[in-house]
Design a protein around this ligand. Structure first.
Ligand SMILES: [Ca+2]
Ligand SMILES: [Ca+2]
Length: 138
């Protein structure tokens, strides 16, 4: 099992741009505002974890393998698949690094409520709450 992958999962599912929190000490840099650049770097890290064969694309197979690794939880699988579908902007069945970055940018813009280019802890919390819908059907 890939420990980093496991550690990143809940945040990867909740909001991939914020996957960096997995490596933060509790109560530490977690509360530091985050720049768009950092969000992109972190999204790139997550992308590389998902890209099991390192061909520069995350495919549905790799997403499936990831879901399996997570114990085939249908809720998690559903979210990962939804994320994958959203990120696949040109609908070729693969998510490129550029597509993953674009999605991270979009997620950042959505979360940056006051558009100052930085995510405050409040903005990040609000975004995370919003990205975890109560209804798993959605
Ligand atoms: Ca694509
Ligand atoms: Ca802001």
């Amino acid at each position: 099992m890939n420990r980093l992958l496991i550690a990143a999962l809940p945040l990867l599912i909740a909001f991939p741009a914020f996957a960096q929190d997995a490596g933060d000490p509790p109560g530490g840099s977690r509360n530091t505002p985050q720049s768009r650049e950092e969000a992109e770097q972190r999204a790139q890290m997550v992308f590389e974890q998902l890209d099991a064969n390192h061909d520069g694309f995350v495919t549905q197979d790799e997403v499936d393998a990831f879901s399996k690794l997570m114990g085939d939880n249908p809720r998690i699988a559903g979210r990962v698949t939804r994320m994958f579908t959203e990120a696949d902007a040109n609908h070729d069945g693969k998510v490129s690094a550029a597509e993953a970055k674009a999605r991270a940018d979009a997620a950042f813009d959505t979360a940056d409520a006051n558009h100052d280019g930085t995510l405050s802890p409040e903005e990040r919390q609000a975004a995370r709450a919003k990205s975890a819908p109560q209804n798993p059907q959605q």
